[in-house]
Design a protein around this ligand. Structure first.
Ligand SMILES: [Zn+2]
Length: 306
């Protein structure tokens, strides 16, 4: 191994003269240091070293000093001290660089866990809109899967499972006659994701009524990570209604945030009900599903469950 000595510091005061040697240091580990210790004036360095020119270029020095050699009491990994030059000129009293200690495995793991925890906190910007209590019990577990709705169930479950990978904001549109479990499926997706993401649920006719009376906030609907717009197309259509819906739909599309729509109409009828401007935006960015089958409410009524 070729050795090379490098002089750091000026020879102005006698005791400041010290030799430093350069050792190999992987840049990939750079930046992961804790505990900065200022100690540039020590004259007792007795380093053993090798050199690499690119390290010199990046101002990185590394030393092993036997009297500093320490092992982490937990993971028994060696903790080294590293001298690192300041990346830019600093006033003289700060010296030419810093002593830093390298992190051992357990410290790195701790920091990684902390970063992940923080990421989760940051990723939850707003609490979102709570699900109406009556809809909270709608989960995937209690959805009755039959041959006619198996596809819709599978697609919704897959949508919820892969939500983190959904970066282009593609949503779902669940069509089918009233009481076929559309809202159940949409709420099941919300329930599955509500702990990790901000979610919102809005029954469109009720929401528009609240908006008319100044009790609702459109911005909140745009801000949530996943929104369910229930009962699309059943509201009384007017320019005001379409304009408000366009603001929500466009706002979410611009931020690549997925939306799940449920509607009692098929796609052709929907275009007539909400107008082609809105329909094209919704259909272009959604996957359509059709839930066929018996009317759940009717069945439950006959069974005396409701
Ligand atoms: Zn350790």
């Amino acid at each position: 191994m070729k050795r090379r000595s490098v002089h750091i510091g000026r020879r102005s005061s006698g005791s400041l003269q010290y030799r430093m040697e350069v050792n190999m240091f992987k840049l990939g580990q750079g930046g992961r240091f804790s505990a900065a210790i200022m100690n540039t004036g020590s004259g007792s360095l007795q380093p053993k070293v090798s050199s690499r020119s690119w390290m010199t270029r990046y101002g990185i020095r590394r030393y092993f000093r036997p009297d500093w050699a320490a092992k982490c009491p937990r993971c028994r990994q060696m903790i080294n001290r590293v001298y690192r030059l300041h990346p830019f000129a600093m006033p003289k009293r700060y010296g030419r660089g810093l002593w830093l200690t390298t992190d051992c495995r357990c410290t790195l793991e701790e920091q990684k866990a902390l970063r992940e925890r923080l990421q989760k906190v940051i990723a939850k910007p707003e609490p979102g809109l709570p699900l109406p209590p009556a809809l909270k019990r709608h989960k995937f577990d209690n959805f009755i899967v039959e041959s006619f709705n198996r596809q819709a169930y599978t697609v919704c479950l897959k949508f919820a499972t892969n939500f983190a990978k959904n970066i282009d904001g593609k949503g779902l549109i669940i069509c089918g006659k009233a009481g076929r479990g559309k809202t159940h499926l949409a709420c099941a997706v919300l329930s599955k994701l509500k702990d990790d993401y901000s979610t919102g649920f809005a029954h469109i006719p009720s929401f528009l009524e609240q908006l008319r009376q100044g009790e609702a906030n459109i911005k909140q609907l745009i801000a949530v990570d996943l929104l369910v717009l229930d009962d699309l197309g059943s509201e009384r259509e007017s320019d005001w209604v379409l304009e408000k819906l366009l603001v929500i739909v466009d706002g979410r599309l611009n931020e690549f945030k997925p939306t799940i729509y449920t509607t009692n109409f098929n796609l052709d009828e929907l275009e007539l009900r909400v107008g082609s401007r809105l329909a094209s935006r919704i259909l272009y960015n959604s996957m359509d599903l059709v839930v066929q089958g018996p009317d759940w409410r009717e069945v439950k009524y006959r069974q005396g469950a409701l």
